[in-house]
Design a binder for this molecule. Structure first.
Ligand SMILES: [Zn+2]
Length: 241
């Protein structure tokens, strides 16, 4: 069984147990062999929509596995807001354990481009009637031993600094003044207009948008653990606002 199918089997069983619908929103690949899914929890609740997206870089596997663990722990009845989750945004890349998609495209750099890959169109289409209040893309830096994140804000928002504090309990924080050529302060790279999913949604009015980078050089278990607590923190934060 392929890696993606193994994952889907587990995701399916969690969704069944929690009575959540795993909804196919499109198919990609040479033979359209890779379905992309979304999970929508509390679809009828208006306002305060939170969106989690994982696995757009296929080899950053902690995100999809964290979605699975998050769902296992989630108390659906207690959830006050609407939640949209893309468990694996780039299924062909996830399946083959590569960064890019089956056409060797870096999907996350192409959310503001005129010729968008099919995956990006499918994901954006799934959000077209949604007013997302907090967008969280779960990424990993496979070369890193320390944590950092990309965030978007009009004024300094405490939540991102709080997430760094939380991450510090799990991993060292990347305190370099520059990360891949971008200015970084205390583990935050702020408002990088990079044409990513998170950048696009921020430009379109999502007030809170970020991409977390868990350090791939540590154990998967710990990377998943931190990702889950960050997701839980995002939900708590958005309910208090
Ligand atoms: Zn990434």
């Amino acid at each position: 069984m392929s890696y993606y199918n193994t994952y889907l089997k587990k995701l399916n069983s969690v969704c069944k147990r929690k009575k959540l619908d795993l909804i196919e929103i499109g198919r990609v690949g040479f033979k359209k062999e890779y379905p992309i899914y979304k999970i929508v929890i509390n679809p009828l609740k208006k306002g305060r929509v939170v969106c989690f997206s994982a696995g757009i870089h296929g080899y950053e596997i902690a995100g999809p596995w964290a979605v699975l663990e998050f769902l296992k722990k989630l108390n659906v009845e207690k959830l006050k807001n609407k939640l949209i989750i893309f468990p694996v945004a780039n299924p062909s890349g996830f399946d083959k354990n590569i960064r890019h998609n089956w056409q060797r495209k870096n999907l996350n750099a192409l959310f503001c481009s005129k010729k968008m890959p099919e995956e990006n169109k499918i994901l954006l289409n799934a959000l077209k009637n949604e007013k997302v209040r907090f967008f969280h893309a779960l990424h990993e830096d496979v070369e890193e031993k320390s944590f950092y994140l990309y965030n978007f804000e009009k004024k300094p928002e405490k939540i991102y600094r709080d997430i760094i504090k939380l991450a510090k309990k799990y991993f060292p924080i990347n305190l370099a003044k520059e990360i891949y050529g971008d200015k970084s302060v205390g583990g935050l790279i702020i408002n990088r207009a990079d044409g990513s999913f998170e950048d696009r949604l921020f430009r379109e009015g999502t007030p809170y948008s970020m991409c977390t980078e868990t350090p791939g050089k540590h154990s998967l278990k710990k990377r998943v653990e931190l990702s889950v607590v960050i997701m839980e923190k995002v939900i708590k934060f958005i309910n208090k606002k």
